[in-house]
Each structure stands twice: as structure tokens, then as C-alpha cells.
Write a protein that binds this ligand. Sequence first.
Ligand code: NOJ
Ligand code: CA
Length: 551
Amino acid sequence: MQNLWYKNAIVYSLDVETFMDANGDGIGDFIGLTQQLDYLSGLGITCLWLHPFYPSPNRDDGYDVMDYYNVDPRLGTLGDFVDFMQAAQERGIRILIDLVVNHTSIQHPWFQAARSSSSSPYRDYYVWSEHPPATDPSELVFPDAEDSIWEYDEQARAYYLHHFYKEQPDLNISNPTVRDEIRKIIHFWLTMGVSGFRVDAVPYFIKNVVELVAQYELESFLVELRQYVSARNPEAVLLAEANVESQSVPLYFGNGDRMHMLFSFFVNQKKFLALARQDATPLAEGLQQLPDLPRSGQWLNFVRHHDELTLDQLSAAEQQEVFQAFAPDPAMQIYGRGIRRRLPPMIQNNRQHLELIYSLLFTLPGIPLLRYGDEIGMGDDLSLPDRDSVRTPMQWSDQPNGGFSQAAVEDLAKPVISEGDYGYQRVNVAAQQRDPHSLLNWFDRAIRIRKQCPELGCGQLHLLETTEPAVLAHCCSHPSGVVVAIHNLSHHPCTIALKSNPYSNLADLFGDQSYEPLQDSLTIPIAAYGYRWFRALDIVGYVRSNQKGTN
Ligand code: NOJ
Ligand code: CA
């Protein structure tokens, strides 16, 4: 039977380049990250997702890979990586790495060979056309930088396909030799001990844009990827970056024979619409639209990550509502569809509101993703270009450069936030470790309690009907128990009346404050932006025949 460890993992993501610089050159490195593993272990995370750390010209912050079998020398060596893996293993932290195989860097030797001659054995690693079709603007991922997904290459005397920057030519996934290269990359890193991959840009693998090359059942590529992974390590997982509508979700999970996990892009957009309206209805509707997953499937919930907060699945009017609430200035928006801010500045650093949003992250069906700095409430730097606004270095202390690096300020890979409410002098790990009421200590508790509620990761979701549209009431039930959670998205306190509640004996587990124990499980008081997690005591210890979980 497969080990479903990931169904209750606590995932943390970071970029080695901006986490901790051990040798003082201004660039984070594997030795620095290894030194900070005790911090991550203390926080309670169980799985770490590393952004690309491969040699790269860095046109797209490492998502343009030049060599799949190495560590960028700016960040360390393969030897440092092996030491890091061992230190993570000793602490019980599993490692996921980015698998970026929709495209390479233009500087990858494959592309250099491919462009040099039409008879090169590498020519068909990429997608070429002499007369490419016009690009529909909706196909552009980076509309500020590109106006076509085809670029003419003088040397090749042909156009090549690139969905992302022109420096990222798309690989021809329909070519079996390319697939074999991908298999080798997967096997290499599994042999190095990683527990799986965050697979970049998955929908682009299977987009039907390659009529020009031999048509192959591209969907079957997802099955093949799973086979490559499971053959080498049955515990390893594939986490797909696939921002797709709910109807397309089954294509990615298959029968439990494709991806193990997907980022919950769809629900996240509905969640931000609900937060903007202070009305839980869009979120509840979004959750209801999700298809059932195969037993081995899981959602990875997130609030923000390293890219823009995309709103592309909302209507134009809904997008405007979210922009108005959280990013009214055009400088806070990006690509006409997203927000390039971290969460605290979006909500004026309102602590109650922050806790509410992270409480949702921990309790919605699936597992939570934290991004470095979320746990201390780091802000953004809108003076930096596009998504760099949310990629500033980790703030460890009030020492120069926030304790991230001993280098001169001008040598830092990315500037540290050093002014205002979010400057490292005010927002840093060291100060929050000492303060029992800090956000960091809140995360510590939330993670501890979340780990005691595996039902949230593998139970069956039921929405409970309430009289208050601002409140989301849901429960996750599993043969091992039931957890009920109530979230008030509005800044007004209220008392909700549940239309029905199968559980009559609810004990508070966690909340925004210490509430009086419930007298009646149908009437639940909740503060402004309040949240309450309960365990249903009436069903502990026996299995309800009508409550089959997914695991
Ligand atoms: C998704 C990554 O998250 C993003 O940062 C990158 O620009 C694109 N894929 C292209 O690799
Ligand atoms: Ca360094």
C-alpha cells in the first residue's frame, strides 16, 4: 500500500538564493539553508519545496534551466546539496524540488545544438515552425514582456515556440527522446533523496499547440511521469502547478495514476473574492464545484506564493472587486490579472484578518503551503520589477541586511526590505521568537493543532448551512474523527445559527480567542474575523457507518 505521507504534510517553500547566505557573498546558499533547518524543524514543517536551484542565466529567477544535473555555483555545490539532504532527513523533513521541463533556458546546450542545424539530433527537442500562426493575446503568460509565443531565430532560420519568456524555448514533449531525458532527470534527483517534484507549468505540456509535430497522446505524458517517479520511489510525489478550472481537474489526477497533488488555484481565487466581499458564498460554491479526488489525490492550499496572485478564473467584474479591496493601485497589479503583493500589506497588517486567512489555509480540505516569511508577516517591495516585489530575502533579525547576509547592501542578490512597517528592524524572526504573542508563535500553535487533525487532510468535506452569509462552516469527517471549523469573513462579530449539525458535542480546539464552551452546537458565537476549530467528541472512538473518509 502506498505511503500517503503527503496527505497531511505541512509544506514550506523557499528560494535558496534569498533564505540564508552563509559565505557572505550576498547570495543565499545551501550551507546557509542547512544551518536554518533547525528553525524549520522547530516551526513544525514536514516538507520543504525548493524553487529551482540549477545553473541558470536567471532570466526567470531560475525557471530557465541550463543544466538539469547540477547546482547553480552561486548557491553551492552538489556536495553541499547532499549534506543538506542528509540534514533534512535527520530532522524528518522531506524535500520537493522544482521540475522545470516544459522549457529550458535558451542557453541550454540542447537548444544551442538545436538552433545550429536542422539536421542536429537536438533539433526535435524543441518546437519549430517556418510560418507560425498568429498569437492570441490570451495565450501570453507574460503580456508585459512578449507579444507572441513564437520567436524567430536567425541561426535556426525558423521560429521556435515559447509560452513564457523568449529566453525559455518550449521542449517538444511529444518527442520520445525528450521524454527519456525527463525520465533521467527524475531518476537522478530521486537517487539524490528528494521526495518528489513540484512540476512547473503542467497544462502547457498537454496544450494542443504542437499540431506541427507528430501528434502524440500528450495526456499520456502525465501517466508516464507518474510511472517514472513511482518506479524509482513509490513514496515520491508529483505536485502539479496547474491553474485550471474545476472541470479539468480529473484530467490531472486521472484514476490516481497521474499527479498526486495540485495547487488549489481555483479555490484560492474564489477565496479572495469571498474575502473581498466579506461573504463566504463564493468560497463555499468553489468548494462544492471541486470534483472528488482519487484516494491518493490531494489539494495543496496556499494564500500567496512566489508568483502573482492570479485572478484569471474570475470574471472581469469580480477581478475588479478583488483589486479594489486588496490592490487598488495599478502598481500593485500585474499582467492585467494578478496582484504582486504579499498578504499583510493587502489587509493593512490587520492581525485578526491575517489569522483568519491563515486559519482557512490550515482547515480547508487539503494541506497547507507556507512561503518563507509568511510566518513573521513579511511585506513586499513594490519598487522592484514584476514578481520580485514578493521575493525579498528572509528577515532573520534586526542586524544589517536582516541577518540574511554579511555582504555589502549593494552586493545582495535581491534587496532586503529595510524601511517602514515591514522593514527587518520591525519584522524579523529573532524578535518574534521572544514574543509569546507574535505571529510566529501563532503559526507554531496553528501547525501543532493542525497536525492533531489529520481529518482535515484526508477526511470528507461537508459544508454546514448557516444563517450568516459571511460565515463559512465546514467539517471534515473521517473514520478516525471529525473536525468542524467556523470562519467569519466579516469585520462584524455575530452568532451563527446552524440549520443542522450532526455533531452535538463540540469541543474547542483552536480559535482567535478563548471562547466559552458551547452550550448548544447549533448556536455559535464568533468574533469579527473570528475562527473556531472544534473536535466532535460524540463520534470519537467509533466509526460512523455513513461517514466514509477518502483514506
Ligand atoms: C511557473 C513558475 O511558478 C513561474 O515563476 C515561472 O515564471 C513559470 N512557471 C515559467 O517557468
Ligand atoms: Ca552565499
